[in-house]
Design a protein around this ligand. Structure first.
Ligand code: FUB
Length: 312
């Protein structure tokens, strides 16, 4: 009888735990997943990798022309809500730059603010000249309407937006360094000068910032090229713009050889998840990636336990 009771307890525990099936999206390439919980669903806003032909952009480089959003209530069945924003619809953007890199989305007062990098109309398509714009919707799946101009005072990629418990919003982004700044309540303009978040390892590219708050601690998490390819690292602090103490590695370099990684961390149904990407479906070309998710755990002292990617 005791044994039967234990089996029941274990079964009910296992049955209530949510597991992802990786990669999450299987009919197109996706990268840079930014996940957000709305009600009992997760919405994921990834980049949409395609392959650039020689006559359309920079061959063998990142090539992204639009964004889709996907949602799920169990991490295994995903609904593709279709295209939420295309490069030709960005009033200030270069419609042939193919540079709709990593985005982020957040809800405030019933509106959804979608932050995305793009090249302005005057910019080259060779990696310089990125800035960040905002598109606004009344529903997490859009339709999203882009603002006429990008955010003044921001140059770079990989936007991440965070709203603290006191209502103050912050924008983080990267351009060689990781930057942070307060946002005005309208979520469309900076409210102060950007600061460089400096207390991270000196050497190697750092990008893709993602801020997490848990138990009054701020976790600045980011991909970093410490060796050959990007691994996910984090630093902890007691305020949103630092100072931060470097703590360690969340995920080692990709076992599939993908040069980039890019992530988000959310609580969902009583546990935390790390969303990230590898190039599972394109082992020979790491600019065609696939988004994934795995459970993430905090240690009793608040540090993050390293996540091992579940492989297929
Ligand atoms: O997806 C294009 C770029 O690759 C992102 O902006 C970076 O974070 C890296 O994942």
């Amino acid at each position: 009888n005791k044994c039967y009771r234990w089996i029941l307890i274990l079964f009910s525990f296992y049955g209530s735990t949510v597991h992802a099936q990786n990669p999450l999206v299987r009919d197109q390439f996706t990268a840079d997943p930014s996940a957000m919980v709305v009600g009992d669903r997760i919405y994921v806003y990834p980049s949409h990798d395609i392959y650039c032909e020689e006559n359309n952009g920079r061959e063998n480089w990142f090539c992204m022309q639009d964004y889709h959003v996907f949602s799920s209530d169990n991490l295994t069945e995903w609904t593709d809500h279709g295209v939420i924003l295309s490069q030709e619809n960005v009033p200030w953007g270069n419609p042939s730059a193919n540079s709709m890199w990593a985005p982020d989305c957040i809800e405030r007062n019933g509106k959804y603010y979608f932050y995305f990098p793009d090249h302005g109309q005057e910019s080259s398509i060779n990696g310089k000249g990125f800035t960040i714009g905002v598109a606004v919707a009344n529903h997490p799946a859009g339709p999203f309407v882009p603002q006429d101009q990008p955010i003044e005072g921001v140059k770079g990629i990989d936007p991440n937006v965070f709203i603290d418990d006191d209502g103050q919003a912050y924008l983080y982004w990267s351009q060689e360094h990781i930057y942070g700044a307060k946002l005005k309540d309208n979520m469309l303009e900076l409210a102060g000068d950007p600061v460089i978040l400096k207390e991270l390892p000196d050497q190697g590219l750092k990008e893709g910032p993602y801020m997490v708050k848990r138990n009054d601690t701020y976790y600045l998490t980011y991909p970093h090229v410490a060796n050959k390819t990007e691994r996910l690292e984090y630093a902890m602090g007691s305020s949103p713009l630092g100072p931060f103490d470097f703590k360690g590695v969340i995920m080692d370099e990709s076992p599939t050889g993908c040069w980039t990684n890019h992530h988000s961390i959310i609580p969902f149904k009583g546990q935390h998840f790390l969303f990230y990407h590898h190039n599972d479906y394109s082992p020979g070309f790491d600019k065609n990636r696939s988004i994934r998710a795995d459970s993430l755990f905090f240690e009793a002292n608040g540090e993050i336990r390293k996540v091992q990617p579940t492989l297929r």
